[in-house]
Ligand binder design. Structure first.
Ligand code: FUB
Length: 447
């Protein structure tokens, strides 16, 4: 009976994620996503990532990147993400090799009432079935349907397209092929208007790829992943001209602590805050070609330099108290609290938080109570021995919201208590183990 209850609860939690994802990092947790190109279109943020899949016999190259299509995701608050589904497939691009599984990092931009999606893949008949060129697909809406052009863009060989339209209306296409390249685009956005030019004066050693250019206060920021040491870190260079020359200006994000070899960025301003979108290997720590996109806030210094972004699991956005709060996506914690997969064989099921010492704590910031009259707190938990878990405001000694007893038992169960007090607005929560050990929490939820 206990087992049936467990599977039923797990099934209900998984249903909550279908089609609609909640925020925190990684942003998308029911499929692999990489190379996020984020764009603000209207009052929503749209993210066009690569869609990593696992190669299977006869489908893709084992041990390597494998991508057959693109999805687009959007959000109005960076908290709730909608998957608009598949928008382009390798089998429907007229010029693309339909079995190359090489739909790498894309980008999308709006011009003259149309959305132009730029994507690299292998063309039919290319030597050894390898090599990349870049094509365009057009749509009336940011989520498609996208219609691919009959032919790729002439004169472009490479990956990681990025498009920038300057204030004077001139559009530029950036891409990577060993070096970083730029060329002007014609008004129709489908053809080059100048010869490809290598962007020089960047660090000359180590792979550079994934160019992404934006402008702020007259400074053109060229951002790119670079292997300065062993794996990619995110760097930037600045210029007063979108075609350069660019001068190296600093590191935006250090190499991944988990060892993910690639990273790939885009930077947007949305509702007066700047954000960095990037990726890591959260849902596939043993195989870093199955990646997951993330987002963290980005800040500038007064002189226009970019402050280094420290990657977080909490990510951005405000979490509704009425939703399941995944405390393993914490904003701070003491070093004894551990995060691990709920089920290492099914990583899309997510993570759990383990407390082993009385007094240990984890903080989850920006939970919106929105004036609602919640009465109870539910905690999905199991415990090696009977335990008491407290939820407090702000810090481990802050105002008590609830004190919940978790009965001993290895099965997941929902422990429920009446709230001692309730914040009315946005608050930071701290979950503290008052007594017990070997306590695993999946989520907490106000009712
Ligand atoms: O996703 C495949 C490749 O990995 C991208 O094109 C690169 O930028 C790197 O992220």
């Amino acid at each position: 009976m206990k087992n049936i209850k467990f599977w039923l609860l797990l099934f209900i939690s998984m249903l909550a994620f279908a089609g609609q994802s909640v925020a925190q990092n990684p942003l998308i947790r029911d499929q692999f996503t990489a190379d996020p190109s984020a764009r603000v279109f209207g009052d929503r943020v749209y993210v066009y990532p690569s869609h990593d899949i696992k190669a299977t016999p006869g489908h893709g190259r084992p041990g390597w990147f494998c991508m057959e299509d693109y999805h687009v995701f959007s959000s109005a608050n960076l908290t709730d993400w909608t998957d608009h589904g598949m928008i382009i497939s390798q089998t429907t691009v007229p010029w693309a090799e339909p079995t190359s599984y090489s739909m790498w990092a894309p980008d999308c931009i709006f011009r003259h009432g149309k959305y132009y999606m730029y994507f690299p893949t292998t063309a039919k008949g290319s030597e050894n079935g390898r090599g990349f060129t870049i094509g365009v697909a057009m749509a009336d809406k940011p989520y498609g349907p996208f219609t691919p052009q009959q032919e790729p863009i002439k004169g472009v060989h490479g990956i990681d397209p990025n498009v920038f339209i300057d204030k004077d209306g001139q559009a530029y296409l950036y891409w990577a092929q060993g070096n970083l390249y730029v060329a002007k685009l014609k008004e129709d956005m489908l053809e080059l208007a100048s010869e490809p030019q290598i962007l020089t004066e960047l660090p000359d050693k180590g792979l550079k790829e994934g160019p992404y250019l934006f402008e702020r206060k007259g400074i053109y920021y060229l951002t790119y992943p670079h292997v300065a040491n062993k794996t990619e870190r995110l760097e930037y260079a600045i210029s007063n001209n979108p075609m350069g020359p660019f001068k190296f200006a600093g590191v935006i994000m250090d190499e991944s602590a988990s060892g993910c070899w690639t990273n790939h960025q885009s930077i947007i301003q949305f509702k007066n805050q700047w954000y960095l979108f990037y990726h890591n290997d959260d849902l596939s720590p043993q195989f870093d070609k199955n990646r997951s996109i993330r987002c963290d806030s980005l800040f500038f210094s007064a002189d226009g330099s970019i402050k280094k972004v420290i990657p977080t699991l909490r990510g951005v956005g405000i979490t509704k108290a009425s939703e399941k709060i995944q405390i393993d996506r914490y904003s701070d914690k003491d070093s004894t609290v551990k995060i691990s997969f709920l089920d290492t064989a099914k990583k899309f099921n997510g993570w759990k938080t383990t407390f082993n010492h009385a007094g240990s704590w984890i903080r989850y910031n920006s939970v919106d109570f929105n004036g609602k009259k919640f009465k109870e707190l539910q905690i999905m938990a199991n415990a090696g021995s009977r335990a008491t878990v407290e939820v407090r405001l702000g810090n481990a000694n802050g105002r008590l919201l609830a004190s919940t007893v978790i009965p001993e038992g290895s099965d997941w169960q929902i422990a429920q208590t009446r709230l001692a007090s309730l914040p009315s607005k946005i608050a930071d929560l701290v979950i503290v183990l008052k007594s017990g050990s070997g306590v695993n929490l999946d989520w907490i939820n106000f009712k």
